[in-house]
Design a protein around this ligand. Structure first.
Ligand code: ADP
Ligand code: MG
Ligand code: ZN
Length: 656
């Protein structure tokens, strides 16, 4: 991919100059320090008495009286032995004993000093002894070194700061993912007045519509934009106004970013990519100036595409409620102004992506801004198959690979999940020393992606293993014994890294978009089959059913509150769904009391389904025993094996 990363001007000088300067200064600094060491006079403290003794012996040449001490310089001709005689043993500090010249290492540059005692007769004594007296003389320093001693730390600090900034900025411009680092350096960059840009430019994305599978409707809507970027004249001549922007809406990993890149790639225009969350950070005014900066650059490089990922981070509804974010609003206002600012048919198309369209500010969505909404849904069955094929091209496949079957078992997977599955399968094939990816690798990696890796080192005790086996066979049996349920694909009791101790996989024979009440009930019953097996076989319950219960309850609650499938409320809706492209949180729209009654209705559904599951397993306890025993022995049972075991059961043949 030909990525042309943004860089700011002062960055282009290259870091070498800065480093040279720093090294130069450091050298000067240390040299100075070193020379200072050489010239330094050694100072030895002596007591005031000893000082007076030295004066009495006429050994002192001169003294310098400072505020709190007296510096003593001895006469040249004084010998070390004489001094030590006067001072006596304890007068001389430790480090100076027994050196080559006798008692202490004595040279001309040694200065004795003593504390200044309040002694009115001192001056008289000194004059008697013929000592020269100096009053505190300010140290003689050249103007240059005085200035330098002030300036040097500052210069050094600036240089260090400068270098850190440069490194950070470099890292940031290499990092289009943004995140903390991006935010941090963006802020610092602006303090330093260096204009760090928070977007990446790709001269050509290298992605085309061929790389995006299963999003035919989205591609169709975007094709027009490609045509416009390629042949603007055609539109200008007829006076048609092109949409300025389109909003790609859909769950994470469905290929929104990919589609935007593909538009740029198809049209062969530069791609300006930035992420909404990067705007919202610590220094006010930064986000807005970045938007301005981005649009200015883009205008100079038309035709081009500006892509704002995660636009919900800046484009949230403006309100003055508590917690509203000034910085974000300024950024949003700037964005709105910029979108109005560039002329229609100016050769810029602004694409944005979000998975929370409902939080976007209305002003963003009005005509002339992001007035087109392109839905990028999770892929359907053929879509998944095509996505698998697109990613399958990147790896070598063995001839037994059947993407249709893989697509069947991956309902609900996003494009990113599927890409991940193919990659995991390739990794698995490498691990097993194969040359190509087999169907088995693919199916295994489906499990890895959805349930986690096999965790063979987790050792369950015999009792636990037995319970897990019965639980899983419970699911499988209940599923197989009901009319409205999906066939069993695989049962396993190998623990997984994501926490499951075993699982049962059901595969639909075809993609379903509409489910009947009976089918939903069958699903809940299947989910509760594990718990039912625990009850039927062991007469107790385990913690292993937690996830089943959660899912069953969620399903039952939806039946009551959203699908209008309860007797109590009929077709009355009790909940609405928010952020449907993310977690799909449900928000109650009714009174507390109704909620209480709804809980009761949910409980009834759960109870009914569980009773049914228990009944089915009791009637087929022989099958439960036999298949569980087989599972315990083999750890894995696949769908066809399971059906064969089932067919040998007299009770099952009767009931089905
Ligand atoms: P989004 O922006 O919607 O969250 P991305 O575009 O970043 O998702 O998709 C992530 C990755 O998943 C892509 O790089 C691509 O490998 C894969 N992918 C997602 N959707 C598709 C698709 N429709 N066709 C092919 N690959 C896809
Ligand atoms: Mg994305
Ligand atoms: Zn279970």
């Amino acid at each position: 991919m030909n990525e042309n990363k943004s860089s700011s001007k002062d960055q282009r000088q290259g870091p070498s100059w800065g480093i040279v300067i720093v090294i130069f200064f450091l050298l000067t600094f240390f040299l100075n320090l070193f020379m200072g060491r050489m010239n330094q006079t050694k100072q030895l403290q002596i007591s005031y008495d000893q000082f007076l003794d030295l004066v009495d012996e006429s050994m002192v040449d001169k003294v310098q009286m400072d505020d709190d001490q007296i510096q003593i310089t001895l006469r040249d001709e004084v010998e070390a032995e004489d001094v030590s005689e006067v001072l006596g043993e304890d007068g001389i500090p430790n480090g100076y004993r027994n050196t080559s010249r006798g008692v202490f290492n004595y040279s001309d540059s040694i200065v004795f000093y003593t504390g200044r005692v309040d002694d009115p007769s001192l001056v008289a004594t000194l004059r008697e002894g013929g000592v020269k007296i100096y009053e505190e003389i300010p140290e003689q320093t050249s103007t240059f070194s005085a200035v330098a001693s002030w300036l040097m730390p500052m210069v050094l600090m600036y240089l260090v700061y400068f270098l850190i900034m440069r490194t950070l900025m470099k890292r940031m411009s290499n990092n289009d993912g943004g995140g903390l680092m991006g935010g941090l350096t963006g802020g610092l960059g602006n303090i330093g007045k260096s204009k760090a840009k928070m977007y990446t430019v790709e001269k050509s994305t290298g992605v085309t519509f061929k790389d995006v599978a299963g999003q035919d409707e989205a591609k169709e809507s975007l094709e027009e934009m490609v045509d416009y970027l390629k042949n603007p004249e055609k539109y200008r001549m007829i006076g048609a106004q092109q949409p300025k922007g389109a909003l790609l809406v859909g769950p994470p990993g469905t290929g929104k970013t990919l589609l935007a890149k593909a538009v740029a790639g198809e049209a062969g225009v530069p791609f300006y990519h930035l992420t909404g969350s990067e705007f919202v950070e610590m220094y006010v005014g930064v986000g807005a100036s970045r938007v301005r900066d981005l649009f200015q650059t883009a205008k100079k490089n038309t035709p081009c595409i500006i892509f704002i990922d995660e636009i919900d981070a800046i484009g949230k509804k403006r309100d003055n409620q508590f917690g509203s974010n000034d910085e974000r609003e300024q950024t949003l206002n700037q964005l709105l102004a910029e979108m109005d600012g560039f002329e229609v048919n100016g050769g810029i198309i602004v694409l944005a992506a979000t998975n929370r369209p409902e939080v976007l500010d209305q002003a963003l969505l009005r005509p002339g801004r992001f007035d087109r909404r392109i839905i990028v849904e999770k892929p359907d069955l053929p879509g998944r198959e095509n996505i698998l094929k697109v990613h399958g091209k990147k790896v070598s496949l063995s001839s037994d690979v059947d993407f249709h079957k893989v697509a069947l078992v991956t309902s609900g997977a996003s494009g990113a999940d599927l890409a991940n599955i193919v990659n995991e399968a390739a990794l698995l094939a490498v691990r097993l020393g194969r040359r190509a990816v087999t169907q088995q690798d693919l199916l295994e990696s489906v499990e890895t992606v959805f349930a986690g890796k096999e965790k063979k080192d987790r050792v369950l005790n015999t009792k636990e293993r037995e319970m897990v086996a019965y639980h899983e066979v419970g699911h499988a049996l209940v599923s197989a014994l009901q009319k409205n349920s999906q066939p069993v694909q695989k049962i396993t009791i190998v623990p997984r890294t994501m926490g499951a101790l075993g699982f049962t996989m059901n595969t639909p024979e075809e993609e379903r978009y509409l489910l009947t009440q009976e089918e939903l009930m069958a699903q809940i019953t299947t989910l509760l089959g594990g718990r039912a097996a625990e009850i039927v076989r062991f007469g107790t319950t385990t913690t292993g059913a937690t996830n089943d219960i959660e899912r069953a309850t969620e399903q039952a609650r939806k039946m009551v509150t959203q699908y209008g499938m309860s007797e109590r409320f009929g077709s009355m809706g009790l909940q609405s769904t928010q952020s449907q492209y993310l977690d799909g949180r449900n928000v109650s729209t009714c009174s507390e009391q109704t909620n209480t009654e709804a809980d009761e209705a949910v409980r009834q559904i759960i109870e009914q389904c569980q009773d049914e599951a228990v009944r089915l397993l009791k009637e087929n306890s022989h099958a439960l025993e036999r298949i569980s025993a087989r599972l315990l022995e083999k750890e894995n049972i696949n769908g066809s094996e399971f059906m064969e075991l089932l067919k040998e059961e007299p009770s099952v043949v009767e009931s089905v």
